[in-house]
Design a protein around this ligand. Structure first.
Ligand code: SAM
Length: 288
């Protein structure tokens, strides 16, 4: 498995500005790239979580290097209050969220995140109630079309839902699912026709947008004065939620300030080294 290259790491560090004695929350631990860099930058503490058990070995390694400054909980970031309460932490000086999938997840065939995968139609990141296979079986054609449209803005959602339902018996792997999409939509450019459908099912299965909205709401009262929320998002549905939430907060001029009037994007150099960073957008809100 190739390693996960943290996206916009220098930018996250320079905005967060980790300082001695402060406490930070990394809600999307992944390969631990952000947590490690924060811990190395200052004599601070990092409380991390990830919904995917796959990251446990990375978390254990980091804990063995920083036993008194790093803790990890296998949980969803929407459980932030519970995670902090368990450790008797009342306030934070920063929250970082690096949304989306890690390379480890993308390359894990058994998860079926990638549309050439021979793995199951699963798409769960961990701590989910249903798989993508459950969804395509449980939902009616109309419900499926609505999910695909709502979570990817795919304009052929109805046609795709029809094709998936028609081919349901033959859909065993992620590749079969992709083929059901390819059978009804013509490819026009470099992007595979199944991309949006996969994005939509993944977002729905993992309740990604609800998770994001929930933690944003929870985070406001958890931040110390001078504390920041930094979110790196990878598609417009997520970015829109972050942008409008931060803008609303920014109206309370004596309480919050939006640090990033425009989102920060990766440099051309970073995109060249790590093409997966291409669509990343970083936004930051400061508690005054
Ligand atoms: C892009 S990776 C993070 C990479 C990390 N910043 C690094 O530098 O290695 C995203 C991670 O967030 C996790 N994740 C996504 N949504 C989550 C949620 N709601 N709660 C907890 N973890 C989540 C995924 O399981 C994945 O491991």
């Amino acid at each position: 498995m190739s390693e996960h290259i943290p996206v916009l790491l220098n930018e996250v560090l320079s905005i967060l500005n980790p300082s001695d004695g402060k406490t930070y929350f990394d809600g999307t631990f992944g390969g631990g790239g952000y947590s490690r860099a924060i811990l190395e930058k200052a004599n601070c503490s990092v409380v991390a979580c990830d919904r995917d058990e796959l990251v446990m070995p990375f978390a254990e390694k980091l804990h063995s290097e920083f036993p008194s400054r790093f803790s990890f909980t296998h949980a969803r970031f929407s459980e932030i209050k519970k995670i902090l309460a368990q450790q008797n932490i009342q306030k934070l000086d920063g929250i970082v969220l690096d949304l989306g999938l890690s390379n480890f997840q993308l390359e894990d065939e058994s998860r079926g995140f990638s549309f050439n995968s021979k793995g199951n139609v699963d798409m769960t990141m961990g701590l989910c109630n249903e798989t993508a296979m459950d969804i395509i079986h449980r939902c009616s054609e109309e419900q499926l079309a609505n999910i695909i449209y709502t979570f990817s803005e795919e304009r052929f959602s109805r046609r795709i839902a029809k094709s998936i339902k028609k081919n349901l018996r033959n859909i065993k792997t992620a590749e079969d699912l992709a083929n059901a999409v390819r059978a009804c939509v013509r490819r026009t450019g470099r992007i595979d026709q199944a991309t949006k459908t996969f994005q939509a099912l993944r977002i729905f299965v993992n309740r990604e947008l609800e998770e994001l909205k929930f933690i944003l709401n929870e985070s406001l009262e958890l931040l110390n004065s001078g504390g920041k929320i930094i979110v790196v998002s990878f598609h417009s549905l997520e970015d829109r939620i972050v942008k409008s939430f931060f803008r609303e907060c920014g109206y309370q001029k004596d309480a919050f300030q939006v640090i990033t009037k425009k989102p920060i994007a990766p440099s051309e150099e970073e995109i060249e080294i790590n093409p997966k960073s291409r669509s990343a957008k970083l936004r930051c809100l400061l508690r005054l």
